[in-house]
Design a protein around this ligand. Structure first.
Ligand code: FAD
Length: 387
């Protein structure tokens, strides 16, 4: 039996951020993931600088030998309509490759790793948990993504939830493809569906190209994706066929926290808790911030892991991510007839002021929300809420 203070199920951004903070706080921490790392993760690989700041990662250090594409602007438009290009004048985002980024975060966390190990059972034994009959821990954090088995134990049923669905493909371009790609690395391109229920992206990171599309409804996703790729060719953004098929995944947007996210000896973080931002679908930052907050809550509970003592975690998540804004369609008025919504969206997304201040700063960069700093203050807040 491998005994530890904290078992984290899932070694993605939520799990590794939680592990990093917990290890620094002195907890014996084990991360269990069904994949061997490095592993592929379906994702665009766009992150905001706040992510690196919260984890105290120096971009120069991370970028040595790994893909770290600086992003200084964006192009926005409705598909098949006039576009706006916004220059921010500094690095406002980065492009990373998830196979590198997740592996880096997990290894630097300092936790003991059980990789290539599926969680097959998690049972209560007194005031502890026994995972797979092999790992004993008093505290468990479920960070296994949308289909996290720990979330299932807390009652989540992904089949009944309304999730965003997205597909992407990422590949290394050869010399011919590089010459036939008009997209610049520092200016990713975002193209919104006419009904504003999703958007496609074309995102160059060094020699890699990531193309994908996500929508609020799964209905007709492959058709939307195929139309989008044809549009990119028509608009001369790429002049070649995609060499690899799209892969898809689902996850929840933070409209409100609907899953049960804690109980005696257990918390959920990241996609497992359903925290991705509604307008952009950005899930890495909420995953990392909630992972850090989960570790703070465990440290603050100081060995008393009853649900009442952990309740401050939910309060903190609500304070950080609460009052979620609506998704794109809601923001622009879902009750509007689709034709009118389409006409207004085409105008707005081609307008540089709207693109900069609303789409980029508000919806995508959350420019008004500074990076989460994990601190003694956060732990004290958690203790106060639990008291
Ligand atoms: C097509 C697409 C594009 C996206 N693009 C972006 C983007 O550009 N930027 C952004 O911020 N967000 C993006 N997202 C969202 C983002 O990928 C997720 O929100 C983020 O990965 C959540 O991190 P996590 O750690 O909670 O979960 P995950 O990254 O999903 O990690 C969960 C881990 O748990 C492990 N696991 C699962 N089940 C088990 C089990 N039974 N036993 C053991 N281990 C298990 C998995 O192997 C995995 O490693 C995108 C999503 C999709 C689908």
């Amino acid at each position: 039996m491998d005994a530890c203070d904290l078992l984290i199920v899932g070694g993605g951004p939520a799990g590794s951020a939680c592990a990093w903070r917990a290890v620094r706080g002195g907890l014996e921490t084990v991360v269990l993931d069904r994949s061997q790392f490095p592993r592929h993760k379906v994702c665009g690989g766009w992150i905001t600088p706040a992510v690196l700041e919260s984890l105290e990662i120096d971009p120069r250090h991370y970028g040595a030998g790994r893909t770290l594409q600086s992003i200084t602007g964006f192009r926005t438009a409705c598909i098949d309509a006039r576009e706006a290009e916004v220059a921010c004048g500094k690095t406002v985002s980065y492009g990373i490759r998830r196979c590198e980024f997740d592996d880096y975060l997990l290894r630097r966390s300092g936790a003991r790793l059980h990789l290539g190990t599926n969680l097959t059972s998690l049972e209560r034994s007194g005031d502890a948990w026994i995972a797979n009959g092999q790992i004993r821990a008093r505290m468990v954090v479920g960070a296994g993504g949308h289909f996290c088995p720990v979330a299932r134990i807390l009652g989540a049923d992904a089949r009944k939830e309304i999730a965003v669905v997205a597909q992407e493909t990422e590949f290394e371009m050869d010399a011919r493809q590089r010459a036939a790609c008009a997209v610049r690395g520092e200016v990713p391109e975002l193209y919104f569906c006419r009904d504003m229920r999703g958007y496609g992206w074309c995102f160059r990171k060094g020699d890699y190209l990531n193309i994908g599309l996500g929508r609020l409804d799964a209905h007709g996703l492959p058709r939307h994706v195929a139309d989008f790729v044809e549009f990119l060719k028509r608009a001369k953004r790429i002049a070649f066929d995609l060499p690899s098929p799209m892969q898809g995944h689902a996850y929840l947007l933070l409209r409100d926290i609907r899953r049960k996210i804690l109980d005696d000896g257990v918390l959920l973080a990241g996609d497992s808790a359903g925290l991705a931002y509604s307008q952009s679908g950005e899930g890495i930052r909420p995953a990392i911030e909630s992972g850090l907050m989960a570790a703070e809550a465990v440290l603050a509970a100081n060995g008393n892991y009853g649900a009442a003592r952990l309740a401050g975690y939910k309060t903190q998540l609500e304070a950080r991510f609460g009052n979620p804004r609506g998704d794109l369609a809601t923001e622009l008025g879902r009750k509007m007839p689709i034709k009118l919504l389409g006409a207004i969206s085409r105008q707005l997304l081609a307008n540089r002021w709207f693109s900069r201040h609303v789409v980029i700063d508000k919806w995508f960069l959350h420019a008004d929300q500074p990076a989460l700093k994990v601190s003694a203050g956060a732990a004290a807040d958690s203790r106060a809420s639990a008291a």
